[in-house]
Write a protein that binds this ligand. Sequence first.
Ligand code: ADP
Ligand code: ZN
Ligand code: ZN
Length: 721
Amino acid sequence: MSTLLSDPAATVGALVSVAVQTPAHSGMGALLSYASERALPPGTLVRVPLGAREVLGVVWEGDAPALAPGKAARPIAGVLDGIAPLDGHWRRLVAFAARYYQRSLGEVALAALPPPLRDLNSVQLARRLRRSATAHTRADASPLIALSAEQQRAIGQIDINSGPFLLFGSTGSGKTEVYLRCVQAALEALEALDAQPINGIAAQALVMVPEINLTPQLQQRFMERFGEGSVVSLHSGMTNPQRLQSWLAAHSGQARIVLGTRMAVFASMPGLKLIVVDEEHDASYKQQEGARYSARDLAIWRGREQHAKVILGSATPSLESWYASRPATDGDPGGRYLRLHMPSRIASGDDAGSLPVLRVVNMQHQPRRTVFSPPLLAALQQRVERGEQCMILLNRRGYAPVLHCADCDWKSDCPHCSAHQVFHKADRTLRCHHCGYSVRVPRACPGCASPDITAIGQGTEQLEEQLGHLLAGVLRPDGQPVKVARIDADTTKRKGALQAQLAQVHSGEIDVLIGTQMVAKGHDFRRITLVAAVQPDGALFSSDFRAPERLFALLLQASGRAGRDAQYVAAQGSRSEMWLQTGYPEHAIVAALRQHDFAAFAAQQLQERRDAAMPPFAFQALVRADARTQAVAQGFLQAASDAARAHAVVGLEQVTLYPPVPLSIQRVANVERAQMLLESPSRVALQRFLAAWQPLLHATRSQPEHKGLVRWLVDVDPLAI
Ligand code: ADP
Ligand code: ZN
Ligand code: ZN
């Protein structure tokens, strides 16, 4: 207090602690002390001076941090009175995420707010707030479809249990309808009880999907059911004003339903009663920069803290969620989640019978370099001639992954990365998919001037070209020539392009669709009856222990795009098929796909994980270091590791620190990358260790011998190792 009084500028009453966005890893505590004329409740949004700038901050609970001797607190510059304080649920979520993922509180808190809040002053904001007040529209009253028995059972279980739930439903089993009904039940629960809404805010539901391109479809279904005014989206594809508007609608309770990607897990929703995480296995729920949070895992935490039910849905659950939902057995009390099974496709009349039949082409029996095997080609032709649609999946865009000179062995290596530049034929460029470096395709070999440079391997662009040739002359029932199209990151760069291209598929204009994983997930294509994965083998022998899990999920999801409309398939007198061209037809993944047997696949994978003490039977974190040289990057990691041992950091006895190693793509944009894996049988021990180790990492970083370090970061529960 004495320092306060000694400053003539501070004529104010109270010190408050404020979360502001301090530079990541600055070592600066995230909470700063400011002076305020009046008491401000925690959660209040304020504008405060930080250095020479004025920034957004959030008033936090607890005592204001002590000021350096002789220093006075700077006064708060303004209070955003138009916005209600962020509630305790939101603040606890942010605090937990910051702690768990080893980031500063202010960074996580401010990143969770829509960008315009950071940029607008109070006057601009007040204007924006007035404009965003839209009327509440009511849902249409069209009769609901009759639920299948499996849907009824799942909904009944969700109604009487507290969860979390793993809704394990085949592709096309009608999971979305289950979400819709559960959202409806959650929203109506308070009204039925005649209960007063909390703080005047009615019940709310949060529905998350992995990818932006899946939101419009879902948004439409929710708007049809609940009315336009009660549904808002939150994802990175929106403009800043849109994001602000959605965010405010959720925060004020005006929006009853928020649909969004991973960022939506941080939406302020004071009335939250239900969280749905669709395609919960999807890797996009893990943020890959800043605070590397898992939106799925945070959803579980948030649901428990805010007393909201959580439904995770998938046809191919993550092994973590699968294991967490294991039923009780004799020696095992079972997992924390309740598993609900919906094995059958909707409207098929029979059970799993309408799921696609697997056709395997053994590529060892095909001439080398075969891209489309004759039986697959014949099947494609037959489908097109019957007016059905096909989808070809290849997870590699561009024309060819590398150019090669047979004379001098030159390859199209990126000069800045340890990776090849990919040949894109459409614009005649060689492009690095890691750093973006792009050059014109050389006419002759840059190494020896030989004109004989060839493309090795295939990307989607080449498949499109080849298939156009191979199917030339094939006619659709209406006499029109076959139409082949491609959807990948290159064809969809323009805003709205993806939606337009998907619409073409839905309208039946396109006969054969070639695409990356972008088209494999979620879309409800009605007339696709054949899906083919032409080169899945690369993923079979990856060094990443999660590769089989990911490949299985991708292939099953892709196969789930075939035969979604059972009546259509039956009327065509055909059978939907999933084709696999592989050199390893005996692989366990192939057998499991054939049986549509996720459970068997998961059991086998879990056994391997258990034997090798890997997640979900162990918990991991990575420390990444980037530097100009590997030696510096690894040197920092080694020093940090040595420091942990020298200081006997708490939890160390339960944590294994592996030696630093280069990343599999070790150089990107001229930066060398290394990582160090940490593993523990106990999540708590790992967390305790990381928290205690954090200051040592900062201290190590500031030693002169690690000056060359570009950056370092901690990734808790990493997805790729
Ligand atoms: P999933 O998300 O499980 O893959 P969807 O929810 O997209 O499946 O449902 C597949 C299709 O079945 C959709 O077109 C949906 O409208 C339809 N559907 C869902 N439930 C029913 C039902 N009870 N009766 C008829 N059709 C349904
Ligand atoms: Zn050459
Ligand atoms: Zn590069």
